[in-house]
Design a protein around this ligand. Structure first.
Ligand code: ZN
Length: 304
């Protein structure tokens, strides 16, 4: 828990991107301590984009990263699986601009990481410990993070749909099991919105194989749902991926109401601006001792 982890072996998977529909090969490779999660576009001479909030591109339907005009799209499910399983350091090689959507959840990524195995590293992990609440409100949407001794999330959604309605779920990194409770939850969309998304050039790779699709009364996927509250679980899955862009695991309780990628990203960037609201600590049980090891540039002023 207090040490950094990487993968024991490289592992690969192929698939199509949800929005672009293009075929992509993805390879997860072991990486040295303090590397963080780093993407490499092998089709662009190995161009590197760090999975850090400063590289977030646009966050409407997916969390994409951009650096010097180079894009990596739909990163959130892989980032969620890496964070959910405690991988601090990995180089993610891809040969196209969008990650594979696979089955629309993080389950395949979890299987891939388990197949690779974890390797404990010598360096200690550092955590972003929340010291006082930070909130972002946008009309009926709201997201706030409170101090806590583990990474906790309470997610509430409300859709005027007979199958969804009001749903709420709690996750605690200290007691919940990410792989079984969160990772299998698939992304979802409403049939009446799909045509609009297609017209905007999105979801070209979308199908019932990689998303839950709802009509006015229910789910049109023949296999039905994986959990009665699969929708809320998937929102929480996305939040874990989006919050990993802080660059360190969080010690705080995030409460999200009707939120989504845009609001997740706003809270992350608010946190990075309001540096007095948190501090970097070397372990959850440590007495908030600031770390002295090298940290990413955006946190350098905080760690002294
Ligand atoms: Zn998602």
């Amino acid at each position: 828990m207090t040490k950094q982890h990487t993968l024991a072996n490289p592992v690969s998977v192929s698939g199509v991107g949800l929005h672009t529909g293009v075929r992509v090969n993805l390879r997860l490779c072991p990486a040295p301590a303090n590397t963080g999660v780093v993407f490499r576009r092998t089709d662009l001479d190995g161009f590197v984009i760090e999975a850090q909030a400063r590289n977030v591109a646009r966050v409407s339907y997916a969390t994409s990263l951009m650096k010097k005009g180079v894009l990596i799209s739909t990163t959130e499910h892989l980032l969620s699986a890496l964070a959910g399983l405690g991988i601090d350091n990995t180089v993610v090689e891809i040969d196209n601009l969008e990650l594979p959507i696979l089955d629309g959840s993080a389950r395949w990524f979890v299987e891939l990481i388990n197949q690779a195995g974890l390797r404990r590293q010598r360096a200690r992990r550092s955590f972003v410990r929340i010291l006082k609440p930070v909130e972002v409100v946008d009309g009926m949407k709201r997201i706030v993070v409170y101090p806590a001794d583990s990474f906790r999330i309470t997610y509430r959604i409300s859709f005027p749909h007979p199958l969804i309605g009001a749903q709420s779920i709690d996750f605690d990194s200290a007691s919940s099991d990410y792989a079984t409770e969160i990772a299998p939850a698939r992304t979802f969309g409403f049939l009446e919105e799909l045509e609009m998304l297609r017209k905007n050039g999105l979801i070209r790779g979308g199908s019932l194989e990689n998303a839950v699709v709802l009509d006015r009364t229910g789910v049109i996927n023949p296999e039905g749902l994986r959990f009665p509250d699969e929708f809320c679980r998937h929102k929480l899955l996305d939040l874990i991926g989006d919050f990993s862009l802080l660059g360190h695991p969080l010690l705080g309780h995030v409460v999200a109401e009707r939120a989504g990628h845009a609001l997740h990203a706003q809270l992350v960037s608010r946190l990075l601006q309001e540096k007095q609201s948190w501090k970097l600590v070397s372990a959850p049980e440590a007495t908030e001792k600031p770390i002295s090891e090298p940290t990413p540039a955006f946190l350098a002023t905080q760690a002294q």
